[in-house]
Design a protein around this ligand. Structure first.
Ligand SMILES: C[S@@+](CC[C@H](N)C(=O)[O-])C[C@H]1O[C@@H](n2cnc3c(N)ncnc32)[C@H](O)[C@@H]1O
Length: 239
């Protein structure tokens, strides 16, 4: 169990924030929060000194797709993942982050098992997950590479990997949104891409999709195919 420090003016009761307690021992501080996790009026936020408070809302993300009709035969992400009919494809999202991609993949009709290794980001996700009603979305704290047992017992059809990498090579025109900026503050760059690629290759899962900037270099080896969208490219590796 890892200690998780949360600021709150009121006492956090043992039954509150229960999904987080699977992974964390919650340490509370009633001091004024300048930066860090903040619990207020039953909601969990991350307060950045520079950029204010952020929070994830999976229901809002889901609702943002409500009026969109996606054709899984045409969407680059859905095609790269090889998504078939409703509930038939099981995707491991190795890099859940704000869960934007996970929710879109769910919307495409897949079942998603997601992983997030940054404790603060994971805490925000787990707290947001509690308010989101779905039987097809599971979030785990930690690196997917440490979930060998789960991989064996409930193997996915495809691995999806979207590491945080240096701004360079990404589209420069669009300023990152506030949460993306806070992400950068929190997680920095993911510098273990090669290790993850090697693990993916030896995992027994036949398919890996890596998200890149449209013009970014490929991760490592040459992909089997590339699916290019408006703001991202999905490199597919078939092992
Ligand atoms: C670029 S963000 C992912 C954005 C995400 N696709 C979205 O839709 O918001 C990368 C995230 O993955 C996490 N991460 C990177 N490598 C990981 C790993 N091996 N296991 C679990 N989480 C990882 C980072 O902490 C960070 O929050």
């Amino acid at each position: 169990m890892e200690d998780l420090f949360i600021y709150s003016e009121t006492q956090i009761e043992p039954e509150e924030l229960s999904p987080l307690r699977t992974y964390f021992d919650i340490e509370q501080s009633s001091q004024n929060c300048v930066e860090g996790l903040l619990y207020r009026d039953n909601e969990l936020y991350y307060r950045s000194k520079e950029r204010g408070d952020i929070q994830f809302n999976l229901n809002e993300l889901w609702a943002s797709h409500q009026n969109k009709k996606y054709s899984i035969n045409r969407e680059p992400l859905a095609k790269s993942l090889g998504i078939k009919g409703q509930g038939m494809t099981h995707v491991w999202d190795l890099t859940c982050g704000s869960a934007k991609d996970s929710i879109l993949i769910l919307k495409f009709g897949a079942r998603v098992t997601a992983f997030e290794r940054n404790p603060s980001v994971a805490a925000l996700l787990l707290s947001a997950r509690e308010k989101f009603n779905s039987n097809s979305f599971q979030i785990n704290f930690g690196s997917a590479l440490d979930y060998a047992e789960l991989l064996k017992n409930d193997p996915p059809d495809v691995l999806y990997y979207d590491p945080m990498y240096p701004e360079e090579g990404k589209k420069k025109s669009a300023l990152p949104r506030k949460e993306m900026q806070v992400f950068r503050e929190l997680v920095g760059n993911d510098l273990d891409e090669e290790e993850v690629f090697k693990w993916a290759k030896g995992s027994g899962v036949k398919r890996l999709v890596v998200k890149r900037g449209v013009k970014s270099p490929t991760l490592t080896a040459r992909p089997s195919s590339k699916y290019i969208g408006k703001s991202a490219r999905y490199d597919l590796y078939i092992f």
